[in-house]
Write a protein that binds this ligand. Structure first.
Ligand code: GLA
Length: 381
């Protein structure tokens, strides 16, 4: 077992829930692994394949073990783990701290050590741990510590990804559970309203930091309203809105779990999800915390500023209003005054262009729900 965090930077991968709901199978997971390897998603860093809720039998077996549903996973879970490992991926599985999972399958309450041992035996590398059907008298903190302890003693490195929707002051105690990611919001839906709501609530709590990352939920980019999940599939978003969604998740350092069908994803979504400049901001080894800088005269627009390794900064300009907007950032608000004799050299991450060196301020015109993301270097004038 290693002593380092299993994911020193926010993890990346794919999760079955948003698009496939309970329609999951060995075939789907293996085909997704093949498609992700073929399309360059694995080499871009998307390494976890996560099977969400609805994978098990409706009841435990006579020894109290969880078993994979043989209709969905005819060769069992170890076979799936071996398949994805052979392709270079890691396998994620879903469990829940209550007596039942959110979809009504057996939960891990009072079976924590038994389940952790089972997951280790199958070769699981990541556990998403949900929050439904909990005994009301036991705090989330205790239930998460239980599974955290079981995982730390199961004989295999398994990344612990807690999903309790940001309740019970989770930010104050989550690191004590051994979790390396924690869901901080309600479930995402395939709509701009949902993206906006999650982003705004996340920006209120700038707490993601090395070792434990604030999870804004599975990406909806590329779903275009086509998911089978009635809880997450709404009308879909525009390409512009998906771009802004991905830029927000990347800049804020959320885990990036693809939620669309990668086998049939459109080219523009593949290009977005593999945008090298955005991913290098996301995977920056310092995992710096973002702050929000104001743009004057527009309450629905803002800039996110993220310090990067080596003295660079990521600047994300976001227009949440329903009309196009001109956004101006004064460098004074970043700590860069005119007398410093320094300016910022901008690289546009979305267009891969270099607009040059700017002093004192930078302005950009953005469409409604649009964004501009830049890597900036501090330079002498
Ligand atoms: C909860 C979680 C979702 C998903 C479902 C599965 O709602 O927040 O991400 O895992 O349960 O039932």
């Amino acid at each position: 077992m290693q002593n380092q965090p299993l994911s020193p930077v926010p993890p990346m991968g794919w999760n079955s829930w948003n698009t496939f709901y309970d329609q999951i199978s060995e075939e789907l997971i293996c085909e997704t692994a093949d498609a992700m390897a073929d399309k360059g998603l694995l080499s871009a860093g998307y390494e976890y394949l996560i099977i969400d809720d609805c994978w098990s039998m409706r009841e435990r077996d006579q020894q109290g073990n969880l078993t994979a549903d043989p209709e969905k996973f005819p060769h069992g879970m170890k076979y799936v783990a071996d398949y994805v490992h052979a392709k270079g991926f890691k396998l994620g599985l879903y469990a829940c701290c209550g007596v039942r999972t959110c979809a009504g399958y057996p939960g891990s309450f009072e079976h924590e050590f038994q389940d952790a041992a089972q997951f280790a035996e199958w070769g699981v590398d990541y556990l998403k741990y949900d929050n439904c059907h909990r005994p009301a008298s036991i705090p989330s903190e205790i239930l998460c510590r239980r599974m955290g302890m079981a995982l730390r003693n199961c004989g295999r490195d398994i990344l612990f990804a807690v999903c309790q929707w940001g309740t019970e002051n989770v930010r104050e105690w989550i690191r004590s559970t051994g979790a390396q990611t924690f869901r901080s919001t309600v479930d995402i839906q395939d709509s701009w309203k949902s993206i906006e709501k999650i982003a705004l609530s996340r920006i209120e709590h700038p707490c993601s930091a090395p070792g434990c990352f604030d999870d804004m939920d599975i990406l909806v980019a590329g779903m275009y309203g086509r998911g089978m999940n009635p809880e997450t599939s709404m009308g879909g978003c525009t390409e512009e809105e998906y771009r802004t969604h991905f830029a927000l998740w990347a800049t804020l350092g959320s885990p990036l779990m693809i939620g669309c069908d990668v086998r049939t994803m459109p080219e523009e979504i593949l290009a977005l999800l593999t945008n090298r400049d955005l991913l290098s901001i996301h995977q920056d080894p310092e995992c710096g915390s973002c702050y929000k800088a104001a743009v004057y005269g527009n309450p629905d627009a803002f800039v996110l500023v993220k310090p990067l390794r080596g003295g660079d900064y990521a600047l994300g300009f976001f227009n949440f209003s329903d009309v196009p907007a001109n956004l101006t950032l004064n460098f004074w608000d970043l700590g860069l005054s005119a007398v410093s004799g320094r300016g910022l050299r901008f690289h546009d991450c979305l267009s891969n262009q270099d607009p040059g060196i700017f002093t004192e301020q930078f302005s950009v015109k953005l469409p409604s729900h649009g964004c501009g993301v830049y890597r900036c270097q501090v330079v002498g004038l």
